[in-house]
Design a protein around this ligand. Structure first.
Ligand SMILES: *[C@@H]1O[C@H](CO)[C@@H](O)[C@H](O)[C@H]1NC(C)=O
Ligand SMILES: *[C@@H]1O[C@H](CO)[C@@H](O)[C@H](O)[C@H]1NC(C)=O
Ligand SMILES: [Zn+2]
Length: 521
């Protein structure tokens, strides 16, 4: 009896081991490519190529470590790629031409990982993360500039300063530095609002939204008013982005004919200009790329640029639709901001957001997300080249990830936005980039036949919604860690794995400002 039992165990184990080697073959298929794939770079076939590569990386690390100086950073520039997951950066290398490419900021000597969860959610949004990476405190999903004692949508929760979280923009201003920001979203959108606003809901960008939520807009002040009236917003020397509608009354129209959203009769753009004029400051409001080009930036104290009724266009669309002369790019806006802020001898804090990487991912427009990442990297390069490594810390990171992944053993010469050159078990091709959820579901599946037949021509179209497993009209954020890349004084602080809310402390210590100035071990 016992013998027979042992024998059957033996049989079972043979069967199991057979199964697992079959599994292994299935997991790592031999080539089933339908065409020849030439080697990208023949030097890669030699070990020496990779040895040289390692030598160069090592030399750069040694040089960066030797260059560590204990002088504080005069300027800090923080770049935020909204939704720029690690996968987005990896895919951008291929989009630039090949896996061996480096996205500009990947050359920075120090890289770390930040944990993006918020107090009440594993997967965060751009509001609670903004409080974390600009103010140093994690809050509740959907809230900005307040701690987690305040629930989202609480009308009164942010009306007193009891639960307010101060931002690094304020620490810079208190230290006599200037502060400003650039974004490709509305200037009242969640990410930049973390610099100057305290609100229990990210949607309260104008008084109409506050009323619609059942709150009194005279008590619960909307984000646009906070930007124009409250001390940190009033003190910002540079405000560049989109979103004119939140500044104008519903009965008036902006320069391009779009109606305002406000009910209180205010024109906050006029109020902003009047406030600066009352202080005899040189202040300019512009709404077009041409208007910006006419401003004497070297003699400008305050610059407000609202280049669109809502968000600025996707960078890829700006180029495809030949709007380069009408609409400024993120890198042009970054250069203008630095030119104005560099006038302060005590230095500055600048926040630059590539906002539309996130919006493209929500629509499962993988190609647009990569195009906006390319422009974002260009803005980082412009900033790094306009400033000195000796006195300017540049930090590049993201607020949260997205669900896009890179799959299927594609050959090196396959375009990342295309399909894998081997078929799935249903005999159909599948895309290299795909999402866990989102509107791309409708391209992926049809009710009757299962998966749809896709080809490279379709998937490389800019309007193609990349494959998604679960139907959702807006793809969700991802909960994975995001990367932090740093260059300049004290860049070494940014290596390792830490809470996203630690980032302001690291930047502030590097610049010796705010509550983290002069902190000693
Ligand atoms: C502002 O717009 C509202 C409609 O939302 C209108 O009732 C009001 O009269 C307007 N105020 C001014 C001063 O134009
Ligand atoms: C602005 O300039 C005017 C005229 O030169 C002067 O009367 C006024 O006091 C100045 N205001 C401020 C805030 O400096
Ligand atoms: Zn988002």
């Amino acid at each position: 009896m016992v013998k027979r039992f042992i024998f059957s165990l033996f049989l079972a184990s043979i069967l199991l081991s057979k199964l697992s080697s079959a599994e292994q073959d299935r997991d790592h298929p031999r080539h089933r490519a339908t065409r020849a794939h030439p080697i990208k770079n023949e030097e890669e076939e030699l070990g020496a190529y990779w040895n040289d590569n390692a030598q160069r990386t090592l030399a750069a690390k040694v040089a960066a470590a030797d260059a560590v100086e204990l002088k504080s950073a005069k300027n800090v520039i923080m770049f935020l790629g909204d939704g720029m997951s690690v996968h987005t950066v990896t895919a951008t290398r291929n989009f630039l031409g090949d896996s061996s490419e480096q996205v500009y900021f990947e050359q920075f000597p120090y890289t770390g990982l930040s944990k993006t969860y918020c107090v009440n959610r594993q997967v965060a949004d751009s509001a609670c993360t903004s409080t974390a990476y600009l103010g140093g405190v994690k809050g509740n999903y959907g809230t900005i500039g307040i701690n987690a004692k305040v629930a989202r949508y609480s009308c009164e929760g942010a009306n007193t300063n009891e639960h307010h979280v101060d931002s690094i923009a304020q620490w810079a201003q208190d230290a006599g530095k200037d502060a400003g920001f650039v974004t490709s979203s509305r200037v009242t959108h969640a990410s930049p609002a973390g610099l100057y606003a305290h609100t229990a809901d990210r949607n309260w960008e104008n008084d109409d939204e506050v009323s619609a939520a059942g709150c009194d807009p005279e008590q619960t002040i909307d984000i646009a008013r906070q930007l124009v009236e409250w001390p940190v917003g009033k003190g910002l020397k540079v405000i560049l982005g989109g979103g004119r509608q939140n500044f104008l009354n519903a009965t008036s129209r902006d320069e391009e004919g779009y109606p305002g959203y406000r009910n209180d009769g205010r024109n906050l753009i006029k109020d902003w200009i009047a406030d600066k004029q009352a202080a005899n400051a040189s202040a300019h409001y512009v709404w077009s790329r041409k208007g910006l080009s006419l401003v004497d930036l070297d003699n400008t104290d305050y610059l407000l640029g609202l280049f669109s009724a809502s968000h600025l266009p996707y960078n890829g669309d700006r180029v495809r639709e030949h709007r380069e002369l009408a609409d400024p790019s993120l890198s042009e806006l970054t250069a203008a901001a630095i030119q104005v802020l560099q006038r302060n001898d005590k230095g500055f804090f600048l926040f630059v957001e590539g906002a539309r990487i996130d919006m493209a991912h929500h629509d499962t427009y993988a190609r647009r997300a990569l195009e906006d990442t390319v422009e974002f990297a260009k803005a980082v390069q412009v900033a790094r080249e306009m400033t000195s490594l000796e006195d300017t810390l540049v930090v590049v990171t993201a607020d949260h990830a997205h669900t896009m992944t890179i799959n299927g053993y594609p050959h090196r010469d396959e375009e990342i936005t295309g399909v894998v050159d081997s078929l799935a078990d249903d005999g159909l091709p599948y895309t290299i980039l795909s999402y866990a959820n989102g509107p791309g579901y409708s391209n992926t599946y049809s009710k009757a036949q299962g998966r749809n037949l896709l080809n490279n021509k379709q998937t490389q179209d800019v309007n193609f919604l990349h494959s998604a497993m679960v139907p959702l009209d807006s793809e969700t954020h991802g909960g994975d860690d995001v990367a932090v890349y740093a260059s300049g004084p004290f860049a070494q602080y940014f290596s390792g794995n830490y809470e996203q809310s630690n980032i302001p402390a690291l930047m502030a210590r590097a610049a010796n400002i705010g509550p983290y100035a002069n902190v000693q071990p």
